[in-house]
Design a protein around this ligand. Structure first.
Ligand code: 9PG
Length: 488
């Protein structure tokens, strides 16, 4: 059915399956597909990436979308179903810059939706089934806030209390961690106001085999006790929906793998020197394995869980139970949530909308790194780089009322880094804006002034005011990210 949607300051022609219903700040429509005809021409489009690492920014409709290169990167950089699409599109929502700086937003209130745009239309569709949509037109901040309010009602929210201050092992030692190294750092961290000490990738036997390797001879429970005794919440990294072919799990339970129509395991990416596969999270044996795994991890004493590469649970494939892929993912994450009700869950590499209401925190950008990244290198904005992390995170701050927003770690060290002091300050200021504060700098890598700067950062909670799309006031100091993250 064709409708004319009358929004304050704009009339758009829409095709939807039900008549529009007015709500504060816009209208609700329902249907598998909604098309809004606009008259903004070749304007800018808000492209919302599918999972944590997927490029997210305002892009020019007049410039064709740039697929991630090389193609093997696509499955872990963005939604692989649309990675080569010639149309500009994003996951769950999309927006256009209209007149007078106002913004037209089309946002799904259910999961598994996509929004595409061209010079004439903004079109949303659910991949499977049907659902509701919000259409709003107005000031950018207001329209996104209204959409966030509605997502809260439809998907729930969990950001209770202030976000945590986390020491994470990844961005200094990477996989080269051991019980010995971590206990030394733990000792050096005494007196620093961190809430969480989080062990990242490197403790496990293999991806899929979630037991300690030989570098953790005392086991995971013993180190959790030491972390607890030092006054921090024990945190642990796992990639529960992912397996490496070398893992015992993969060899012994081939029937647990997500497969394509030809019966081949679905490739979930290339990491740790080879391919990775995904689990079929709808398989009843996988579900009970996941519940047992998380009860065990919780039993070891870990109450902060960084769950990574979660998109693997939502990849296209043939599943044991037929359900939309993001629904399958959401159900699996909800089952993990239920298995460890008192654990704090940080979802990473995670489909954004499908994790809302279940995860306590979401990584909303690619990995931060001790180097900047290239402004003119547009091949792959999902790669680890400080610039990529800043760009994508800055464009997802509208999620703040729904979930703790993790911008990834910041750096204080001047050794083992290519970041300039100014670049380090930009990362630190973004973390002060979201309130989620993480670093991997071991105190032993910092000089006296850097340690004091870290301490001050952890203790400071500035009053944050948004002055523009990328301009903020932190107490009385202004920070401006506009130049560096203007567009993709
Ligand atoms: C551990 C790391 C850290 C990090 C996570 C995640 O696209 N990639 O190739 C890609 C690889 C690794 C990666 C992100 C993207 O990092 O975000 O914080 O936990 O895993 O292996």
């Amino acid at each position: 059915m064709e409708y004319r949607l009358v929004l304050p300051g704009l009339v758009v022609a829409a095709r939807s399956e039900t008549p529009p219903r007015e709500v504060p700040g816009g209208v609700l429509v329902a249907g598998r597909e909604v098309t809004l005809h606009h008259t903004f021409g070749l304007t800018r489009f808000y492209r919302h990436g599918w999972q944590s690492w997927s490029p997210t920014a305002w892009v020019e409709l007049g410039t064709p979308p740039m697929p991630i290169e090389p193609p093997i990167r696509r499955v872990q950089a963005e939604d692989p179903v649309y990675a080569a699409s010639p149309a500009h599109g994003g996951s769950g929502l999309g927006a256009l810059e209209g007149r007078d700086g106002r913004v037209l937003l089309l946002g799904a209130l259910g999961i598994g939706a996509r929004v595409e745009a061209d010079r004439q239309a903004l079109r949303g569709f659910y991949e499977e089934g049907t659902g509701e949509w919000f259409v709003g037109y107005g000031e950018e901040e207001t329209v996104f806030a209204r959409y966030a309010d509605l997502l809260r009602e439809h998907l729930g929210w969990r950001s209770v209390g202030p976000p945590p201050r986390v020491w994470c092992s990844w961005y200094s030692y990477y996989q080269a961690i051991s019980e010995e190294v971590l206990l030394r750092i733990l000792n050096d961290l005494r007196g620093f106001p961190f809430d969480v000490f989080q062990i990242d990738d490197g403790w496990q036997l293999d991806v899929g085999d979630w037991a300690p390797n030989a570098r953790f001879p005392s086991g995971m429970e013993a180190i959790a006790r030491r972390i607890d005794a030092a006054g921090f919440l024990p945190g642990l990294w796992l990639a529960p929906f992912l397996v490496r072919p070398s893992s015992r799990l993969c060899r012994e339970r081939p029937e647990w793998l997500l497969r394509n129509a030809q019966g081949q395991p679905v490739v979930a990416g290339f990491n740790w020197g080879g391919v990775t596969y995904a689990l079929d999270v709808t398989h009843p044996d996988v579900s009970s394995w996941l519940v047992d795994l998380f009860r065990q991890v919780r039993g070891w004493g870990y109450r902060y869980l960084k769950l990574d590469f979660l998109y693997a649970g939502a990849l296209p494939g043939v599943r044991h139970r037929v359900s939309a892929r993001e629904v399958a993912y959401r159900n699996a994450l909800a089952a993990v949530r239920e298995a460890v009700p008192d654990a704090y869950i940080l979802a990473c590499g995670a489909p954004i909308l499908a994790s809302l209401g279940i995860a306590d925190a979401l990584r909303v950008g690619p990995d931060s790194a001790p180097f900047w990244g290239e402004t003119d290198d547009r091949d792959d904005r999902s790669r680890p780089a400080a610039l990529n992390a800043l760009r994508t995170t800055l464009h997802r701050l509208w999620l703040l009322p729904l979930v703790h927003v993790d911008p990834d770690v910041v750096y204080f060290r001047s050794r083992d880094t290519q970041l300039t002091p100014r670049q380090r300050a930009l990362l630190q200021d973004l973390a002060l804006i979201t309130g989620y504060k993480g670093t991997s700098d071991p105190p032993a890598w910092l000089d006296q002034a850097e340690r004091e700067a870290l301490r001050h950062f952890l203790q400071w909670t500035p009053r944050v005011r948004r002055l523009g799309r990328c301009r903020f006031e932190l107490d009385d100091r202004e920070e401006d990210f506009s130049e560096i993250v203007a567009t993709l």
